[in-house]
Design a protein around this ligand. Structure first.
Ligand code: ATP
Ligand code: MG
Length: 349
């Protein structure tokens, strides 16, 4: 029997509620798919930060290096600046383990109502560049407090970085409709924009059967809400991909259902799987969080581990529960996190 070692960072807020729900569902599947999981639970996150000034221990990355994957809930809490959670945990993990692909599927699920016309046809994947681009440490501030105060933030695109993300996206597009959309803004961002465009064009043309369309990010954002069905695989920089995937998760019905995979495609290091949503302090502790985003992230993790049958069973179980009318408050239903999870487990066993 295969055994996987998964590092679990449930984190803060509803992370503590949706993580146990997803683990229960995966455990229920593991029995009959003949694999087992050793869950290494890590108490990392905001409480630890408030106690000793660090989101994770100093040797945290070394601890994660030996695992097969990282399963993350959400980190962040009121009163802790967002950049602390981002730079104290998420970005170090993404960079240390070269998780240069952030894969974010946005698909409409039966039983979910969207406010957006045509959202039923939505079935897209955002391939977001995850380790460079706009999220850089290079820059600074000068003349603080004076009228001439200024801040400079450098965007870094490397040829290797753009090539690997666009190659990944083009190959993914080839397994789907063959259409690849590249999000750009080369009319306004005149150095890195055209550089991105050129490399995406070259790299995607090397992958057979892919038709590339470059679309300005502003027009693409509008198109996401006016013609969601016209989208398939989208390749985007760190910033554009972040915004676009949140937008698409909202189009699909709720941010509570969307998953995200931070992948190291060569598999030299562990990859990390998490829901798109955050710690949702407004509903934390109430037992009403939607666990679908965490479960769907769990299905992506099972795929990555080489358990596609288990992944399909997990997806079928939460999709089936939703389609049968069981849903949490964010989707207009009345089910608690535990009720919904029970409905998922019923479909597995
Ligand atoms: P963070 O700082 O951790 O990113 P946030 O408050 O900025 O947290 P989210 O946690 O993503 O952002 O929450 C945005 C909104 O969506 C909140 O109103 C929250 O209650 C709701 N929400 C997010 N995730 C879920 C979920 N799984 N189930 C139900 N509602 C959710
Ligand atoms: Mg947030």
């Amino acid at each position: 029997m295969k055994t996987y070692t998964i590092d679990v960072i449930a984190g803060d807020g509803i992370g503590q509620e949706v993580m146990p729900a997803a683990i229960r569902a995966i455990e229920a599947i593991a029995v009959s798919e003949e694999f087992s999981v050793t869950w290494r639970e890590r108490d990392w996150g905001s409480e630890r930060y408030l106690a000793d000034g660090q989101m994770m221990p100093s040797d945290g990355l070394d601890q994660l290096a030996s695992g097969d994957a990282i399963f993350l809930g959400a980190v962040g809490a009121p009163g802790i600046p967002d950049h602390v959670t981002l730079w104290g945990l998420l970005i170090p993990i993404r960079r240390a383990f070269l998780q240069y692909i952030n894969l974010r599927p946005a698909r409409h699920l039966a039983g979910v109502t969207s406010q957006v016309l045509g959202a039923e046809e939505l079935d897209a994947v955002v391939v977001r560049e995850n380790v460079e681009g706009e999220y850089s440490e290079i820059g600074g501030r000068a003349y603080d407090g004076r009228p001439e105060a200024m801040a400079i933030q450098q965007t870094v695109f490397t040829r290797a970085g753009v090539e690997r993300v666009s190659r990944y996206a083009a190959k993914l597009a080839a397994t789907r409709s063959g259409r690849l959309i590249s999000a750009t803004k080369s009319n306004g961002i005149i150095h890195t924009g055209p550089f991105w465009d050129e490399i995406v064009r070259e790299t995607s043309s090397e992958v057979g059967g892919v038709e590339l369309e470059s679309v300005l990010i502003d027009a693409l954002a509008a198109r996401a809400v006016t013609r969601p069905a016209s989208l398939d695989v989208i390749v985007a920089s760190n910033l554009f991909g972040d915004i676009l995937s949140d937008l698409l998760s909202a189009v699909s019905g709720s941010i509570g259902i969307a998953p995200s995979a931070n992948l190291n495609p060569p598999r030299d290091h562990p990859s990390m799987f998490e829901p798109v949503h955050g710690s949702a302090p407004d509903i934390a502790g109430m037992g009403v969080a939607n666990p679908v985003g965490q479960m769907w992230a769990g299905a992506m993790m099972l795929d990555h581990l080489g358990e596609p049958d288990a992944a399909r069973r997990l997806e079928a179980a939460f999709e089936g529960a939703l389609a049968s009318g069981v849903s949490t408050r964010d989707l207009g239903g009345t089910a608690s996190t535990a009720d919904f999870t029970d409905a998922v487990i019923d479909r597995i066993t």
